[in-house]
Design a protein around this ligand. Structure first.
Ligand code: FES
Ligand SMILES: [Fe+2]
Length: 340
């Protein structure tokens, strides 16, 4: 029996202790009210996510205390500081220890790693690196005009980049989902890329006759953004996955529509769908795609095997992944002997 031919491998998340320098979703904004701290498993370790009592920005710091390693998520927020439950060391939003419980001087190197963080689309995000290489992708509609719906799934046995690879797998839209691409369209010829993103226009008809006219993009290795129309009405979809540990991630979905788009009058237009009904419909399309993909994605032993001409976009994405910058969680500053 001959060995299965494979191309050069794509580095798995966690290989040699490094992960993609990308944005990852940590929690929903609604899970982090003012004065709250949460512990989140992230990049093979743990982070504490907290918000000061005054309701300012979400802060993301390494999850174990610099003193003896207590899990800071069992501590408390006091004012704008995070206080360790064990011996009362206090940390500010930059991760600096500002006081000890006894009042003794703070040891000079007592600090936590502070991950770059953002809050957008109802999600708290962290970047794996000292400084973000790009920003969380935005949406082309002002937040006050958007109606968003969030869905968070359980942990899945897959790295984020492999879920994102579906987007660049043009064949699977036809063969797995049964979509018909517009005549003459081959997304393989329309891919554009930057150092930290890749995307293309995707125009298709679903098996039940719904029209999708989209732009689909991967940002970093862990964020998928789709904008465009379903039967002429604008909607957007984000899939973002948090790398929890090697081979395991947690998916966050954001579905959005414009409120009462176009001033349509339900009484005058029988085809008009109200906002919630339209979101239900778009959700049905996206969840239908997920249902098609899940049996394969959750059991796939991915190797870049023998690619064909229709895999040009996928091949380009695999090369992007091979070159993608990676870093230790906390850039080596998180104590290696801390728990997790
Ligand atoms: S372990 Fe946190 S203050 Fe001692
Ligand atoms: Fe798919």
């Amino acid at each position: 029996m001959s060995a299965r031919p494979v191309g050069r491998p794509v580095p798995a998340e966690g290989l040699d202790g490094t992960y993609s320098q990308s944005w990852f979703p940590l929690c929903l904004s609604t899970e982090l009210p003012p004065g709250q701290v949460l512990g989140v498993d992230f990049l093979g370790g743990r982070v504490a996510v907290f918000r000061g009592a005054a309701g300012g920005p979400a802060r993301v710091v390494s999850g174990y205390c610099a003193h003896l390693g207590a899990d800071l998520s069992v501590g408390h927020v006091e004012g704008e500081h995070l206080r360790c439950r064990y011996h009362g060391w206090r940390y500010d939003g930059s991760g600096a220890c500002t006081s000890t419980g006894t009042g003794e001087p703070v040891p000079p190197r007592a600090r936590l790693f502070s991950f770059p963080s953002r809050e957008s689309h109802g999600i708290v995000w962290a970047f794996n690196g000292r400084r973000p290489l790009f920003d969380v992708p935005g949406l082309p509609v002002p937040p006050d005009e958007l109606l968003l719906r969030h869905t968070v799934l359980d942990e899945a046995p897959v790295d984020p980049w492999l879920v994102a690879a579906q987007t660049m797998d043009v064949q699977h839209f036809l063969l797995q989902h049964g979509f018909a691409l517009d005549d003459g369209d081959d997304p393989n010829d329309a891919v554009t890329a930057t150092a930290h993103s890749m995307g293309y226009p995707l125009r298709l008809t679903t098996p039940d006759g719904q029209r999708l006219d989209l732009r689909v993009e991967i940002h970093g290795t862990s964020v998928f953004r789709q904008t465009g129309t379903l039967d002429g009405r604008w909607f957007c979809w984000l899939t973002a996955l948090r790398s929890i540990r090697p081979g395991v991630s947690r998916p966050y979905f954001v579905l959005g529509a414009r409120r009462a788009e176009g001033g349509a009058d339900p009484a005058a237009d029988e085809a008009f769908l109200d906002d919630e009904a339209f979101l239900d419909r778009a959700m049905g399309v996206m969840m239908g795609m997920l249902a098609d993909d899940a049996p394969v994605l959750l059991t796939l032993h991915f190797r870049p095997g023998l690619l064909t001409r229709s895999d040009r976009a996928l091949g380009r994405y695999l090369e992007y992944l091979r070159r993608y910058p990676r870093a230790d969680p906390g850039c080596g500053e998180i104590s290696r002997d801390a728990p997790g």
